[in-house]
Design a protein around this ligand. Structure first.
Ligand code: ADE
Length: 331
């Protein structure tokens, strides 16, 4: 039997399993295209557990694309505080403005053209919100499919992603959205990434080639990951009376957000006076790690900063999580 036929046979058991066993997640209720867009952007690079409550709060605040489009950028960034990858919030805001003007796109191509939407997210949104037969292939889906076929393709290769996307596209059932989410769900709760998969609970165990051979954990095959670049930073929490200095960040990580002034380790920082406390902290981004030495210091000069009290910072500024370790100094 060829791959397509085998995968076709795997569709009904997967859908049946999904209907019985899927997790009760807030974005699986009261679906509208806008709500699907919000959930899929929030879920990019972010764990389901971290998104659950924030999704509900965000929709309470911005229940429709029109409401989001008419908010200020600061309000939107504030509602995103702590979720990280802030470019997603900015993209969502831009997308809401487009949707408020032109309506929600009705095709994969239209969805893919929205800001912040790549191939994976376009597949997820257009299948879940519009019922289009469009696969959403990420690392989880590649894991379950390489195990299913005992396929040793390197999942780091674009060609592997393309191959499995085409294979899936050829077997998409009319319940497109359910199928997309069933694939994600299988990867999330049964065919898990760390530790042995739970083959006893898997709707594919009788069809899965890796399971038949007992080689589940030899898949997926991937090339060595590139190590993250480490940046050593000195972070200054400058205090002047009961106010603290914030700086709007330029291009690069956390661009456009307010944060504490930073310099590369070893560079001098003339705006700092007497150092009152020091603390080390680390923050891991996708491709970069910040190793930070934080210093609470008296301000030696006004500098070109925005000065705010602790209460103002908590209320008005979406201070990125990367600086969380130094928040305790704001008092
Ligand atoms: N990850 C990305 N999209 C998701 C969804 N709709 N449900 C669960 N996990 C997801």
């Amino acid at each position: 039997m060829d791959e397509k036929e085998l995968l076709k046979q795997a569709v009904p058991p997967l859908l049946g399993w999904y209907r019985l066993c899927k997790r009760d997640l807030p974005w699986r209720k009261e679906r509208t295209p806008y709500r699907v867009l919000v959930s899929e952007l929030m879920l990019q690079q972010t764990r389901v557990e971290a998104v659950k409550e924030r999704y509900v709060e965000f929709l309470r605040r911005f229940p429709t694309a029109e409401r989001l489009a008419s908010a200020s950028e600061e309000e939107v960034m504030k509602a995103w505080e702590g979720l990280g990858y802030y470019s997603r919030a900015r993209n969502l805001y831009r997308a809401a403005k487009i949707i408020a003007e032109e309506g929600f796109p009705q095709t994969w191509v239209g969805v893919r053209a929205l800001p912040g939407v790549g191939d994976y997210t376009a597949g997820a949104i257009s299948s879940i919100a519009l019922g289009v037969a469009a696969p959403a292939v990420d690392g989880n889906v590649l894991r379950i499919l390489t195990r299913f076929f005992a396929d040793s393709r390197n999942i780091g290769d674009q060609a592997a992603k393309k191959y499995f996307s085409e294979l899936l596209r050829a077997v998409y059932p009319p319940e497109a959205g359910e199928f997309t989410e069933a694939l994600m769900e299988l990867g999330a709760i049964v065919c898990v990434p760390n530790g042995p998969p739970m083959c006893g609970a898997c709707p594919w165990s009788a069809l899965c080639k890796a399971h038949a051979a007992g080689t589940e954990e030899q898949f997926p095959v991937r090339s060595e990951k590139r190590a993250r670049r480490v940046e050593e930073l000195d972070v200054y929490v400058l205090k002047h009376g009961n106010e603290f200095a914030l700086e709007k960040r330029g291009a690069g990580l956390l661009a456009g957000l307010y944060g504490f002034p930073c310099v590369r380790r070893g560079e001098t920082f003339p705006a700092a006076g007497k150092v009152l406390a020091e603390k080390r902290a680390k923050h891991v981004f996708t491709h970069v790690e910040w190793h930070m030495l934080g210093r609470l210091a008296e301000a030696a000069a006004d500098g070109d900063y925005l000065w705010a009290t602790a209460a103002e910072i908590a209320e008005k500024f979406a201070l990125p999580s990367a600086f969380k370790a130094f928040r305790a100094w704001l008092k």
